[in-house]
Write a protein that binds this ligand. Structure first.
Ligand code: SF4
Ligand code: SF4
Length: 348
């Protein structure tokens, strides 16, 4: 029973912080069209600072840490960082582009409850075009090595203009790769996530990204996507039912609605989210965000945890998220909802 987490879901004050997404670096070795992370940010948190942060998070009820970035495996001391949370009962998930997975696997075996690898093409050409680097074969080899080593590996794909027609082929590819499941996201094209924040650009740490119309589907394409999904709902029923495809057909159809709404056709799909009540995102320089998409409200260097979890501004943000006031919430592509019942049952 996690009574503190339960109270989080019904109020604007955090009694604990069950989930943290930690960007261990904002440097990346790929050049995706949807994201401008390239070089590490100046002044990223040192291992000593992360050690202090880890201790305060553990004391504040951390249950699950998700490593993201940037590319976490670029950081040489990443095994030491994940080691701070080992043998504590805290679940660890790695989000990676997979380019260094095979190389670094020996240092990182039996650490993660899940390794989620991003692949944006069901074939090498599409993936390499979207990700800006010839990386498909290396990533598939990394997945294969991790699966052979007994790791729980899954694939995550951003469904976008260049790859939506291959949706059925992604399922075949995931099956051949031997992963446990495949999940999909629509492309976020409008928030400050994925390195689109102005400070990062001013610091010239970032690459260029494609504009919205090169990523988002147009209404003809969303019509085609809907018919592909409707066919899959029948053909791949078992994959949907047993969770091999993480999203339901209805959720995938919501991606078409989202892309239509971006072009002013129809409404954005309804979101159900209480991410800032149970989780926070900490960037490589210590900025603390309510979620992937909302702007930072403090920095751990000025305001350490547990104080950072209950500043006046984050309490106000939690209040506004309850009624989906922020414009980012109205068009959000990656929500997180933990029901009070699951929070009480400590399911994070
Ligand atoms: S989306 Fe991920 S893999 Fe692609 S450039 Fe951004 S951080 Fe790197
Ligand atoms: S709906 Fe999206 S933008 Fe709003 S709080 Fe949830 S994750 Fe953040």
């Amino acid at each position: 029973m996690n009574f503190k987490a339960y109270l989080n879901t019904i109020s604007n004050r955090a009694r604990s912080l069950p989930v943290v997404i930690l960007y261990v670096t904002e440097g990346c070795n790929l050049k995706c069209v949807t994201c401008s992370y390239r070089k590490p940010m100046p002044g990223e948190l040192s291992f000593e600072e992360i050690t202090v942060l880890a201790e305060s998070l553990k004391q504040f009820g951390l249950r699950h840490i998700v490593y993201s970035g940037g590319e976490p495996l670029l950081r040489r001391d990443f095994p030491e960082i994940s080691g701070l949370f080992q043998n504590t009962g805290i679940k660890q998930t790695l989000l990676t582009n997979g380019l260094l997975l095979e190389k670094r696997l020996p240092e990182l075996q039996n650490v993660f409850s899940e390794i989620i690898v991003s692949i944006d093409g069901a074939d090498a050409d599409t993936h390499n075009r979207i990700r800006g680097v010839n990386s498909f074969d290396i990533i598939i080899a990394g997945i294969s090595a991790a699966v052979s080593a007994g790791e729980n590996v899954s694939i995550r794909t951003v469904l976008q203009k260049q790859n939506y027609r291959a949706l059925p082929e992604f399922i075949t590819m995931a099956r051949y790769a031997g992963v446990k499941r495949i999940s999909f996201l629509a492309a976020d094209v409008s928030s400050e996530a994925y390195g689109r924040d102005s400070i990062a650009h001013k610091l010239d740490q970032k690459g260029t990204i494609e504009n919205e119309s090169a990523i988002a589907l147009n209404p003809d394409e969303t019509a085609e996507l809907r018919s592909i999904i409707n066919e899959m709902a029948v053909k791949n029923k078992r994959d949907f039912d047993n969770g091999f495809i993480s999203e339901s057909p209805e959720k995938l159809l919501g991606f078409a609605d989202y892309y239509d709404a971006l072009r002013g056709v129809g409404r954005f799909p309804n979101t159900l989210c209480n991410a800032p009540m149970v989780s926070l995102v900490i960037t490589s320089t210590g900025d603390v965000h309510p979620c992937f998409f909302l702007p930072a409200f403090t920095n751990v260097r000025n305001t350490p945890f547990p104080l950072a979890a209950n500043t006046e501004s984050i309490k106000q943000i939690r209040k506004s998220v309850r009624t989906y006031e922020p414009h980012e919430c109205k068009r959000c592509v990656c929500t997180l909802y933990t029901s009070p019942r699951n929070a009480l049952a400590d399911k994070f």
